[in-house]
Design a protein around this ligand. Structure first.
Ligand SMILES: *[C@@H]1O[C@H](CO)[C@@H](O)[C@H](O)[C@H]1NC(C)=O
Ligand SMILES: *[C@@H]1O[C@H](CO)[C@@H](O)[C@H](O)[C@H]1NC(C)=O
Ligand SMILES: *[C@@H]1O[C@H](CO)[C@@H](O)[C@H](O)[C@H]1NC(C)=O
Length: 212
C-alpha cells in the first residue's frame, strides 16, 4: 500500500539495526538529543516571551491612553498658571454701543489666554476664573462698561460724571469651558454722550484661573 517510500524506510531501518552502536556513538547521540531538547525548550521560551512582549505592549498602550486622558483633564503637578493683566496705553473716546474696549498694553500673559490682537480672553481650558476691570474717566465725562462672556453680561460698572477724575472697578467669578470668550465692552446703559478713558495704568482688564 505504501509503496516505494515504505520499502526505502524498511531498508533504512534494516541497515540501522545492523549497525553496532559504539559507546562513543552512544554518547554523541545523547549529547545530540540533549541539544535538540534544549533547542526545543529555547523555542518554547522564545514563543512565550514574544507573547508576553505583545501583552506588555498592549498594556502599555492602554496606560498611555489613560495618561493622555488624565493629561487632558488634569494638570496634576504641572504649571497650571493662567493669568493676564492688560491696560489701555492711551486715551480713547467715542465708543459705540457694545463696542469692545481694546486693552493694548499687556504686561502679563502666562498661559496665553489673552489674545493681544483682539483684546479678548479665550479660556485655554475648563475652569473657574476671576476677571476684573477698572475704568477711569476725567472731569465731566463718564462711562458704563460691562464684562461679558460670549456676549452675555457678567457684571457692569459705571464711573461718575464728576468734576474730578472718577474710577469704577468690579470683579466677577465665572465658570468657563475651554474656548469661551470674555471681554470688556461699552455697555448700552445710559451714557450716550460718552467718553474718555484716561491713560496711564488707570484702565485695566485682568483675569486668572482659580481652579480647573
Ligand atoms: C470640559 O467640559 C466639557 C463640558 O462639561 C466636557 O465635555 C469636556 O470633556 C471638558 N474638558 C476637559 C478637558 O475636561
Ligand atoms: C509657570 O510658567 C510661567 C511661564 O513660563 C512662569 O512665569 C511661572 O513662574 C511658572 N510657575 C511655576 C509655579 O512654575
Ligand atoms: C505698559 O505698562 C507698563 C507698566 O506695567 C509701562 O511700563 C509701559 O510703558 C506701558 N507701555 C505702554 C505702551 O504704555
Amino acid at each position: 500500500m505504501c509503496g516505494l517510500y515504505c520499502l526505502i524506510a524498511l531498508f533504512c531501518l534494516q541497515v540501522g539495526a545492523q549497525r553496532t552502536t559504539t559507546p562513543s556513538q552512544y554518547q554523541e547521540q545523547q549529547a545530540y538529543s540533549t541539544i535538540v531538547n534544549a533547542l526545543a525548550d529555547a523555542k518554547r521560551l522564545r514563543i512565550n516571551l514574544a507573547s508576553q512582549v505583545t501583552k506588555s505592549r498592549e498594556e502599555l498602550n492602554t496606560i498611555n491612553g489613560q495618561l493622555g486622558y488624565f493629561e487632558e483633564s488634569c494638570y496634576c503637578g504641572k504649571n497650571n498658571t493662567i493669568v493676564f493683566n492688560s491696560f489701555l496705553s492711551k486715551n480713547a473716546a467715542n465708543f459705540g454701543l457694545r463696542q469692545p474696549i481694546y486693552f493694548d498694553n499687556i504686561t502679563l500673559n502666562i498661559g496665553n489666554g489673552y489674545d493681544a490682537r483682539h483684546g479678548v480672553f479665550r479660556a485655554p481650558r475648563n475652569g473657574t476664573y476671576t476677571f476684573s476691570s477698572s475704568v477711569t474717566t476725567n472731569a465731566g465725562s463718564q462711562i458704563a462698561i460691562e464684562i461679558v462672556k460670549n456676549g452675555e453680561q457678567l457684571v457692569q460698572m459705571r464711573s461718575l460724571n464728576d468734576y474730578m477724575w472718577s474710577m469704577a472697578t468690579s470683579v466677577v467669578n465665572v465658570n468657563l469651558l475651554k474656548g469661551d470668550d470674555v471681554w470688556v465692552r461699552h455697555s448700552a446703559i445710559g451714557d450716550a454722550n460718552v467718553l474718555q478713558i484716561d491713560d496711564g495704568l488707570y484702565t485695566s482688564f485682568s483675569g486668572y484661573l482659580i481652579h480647573t
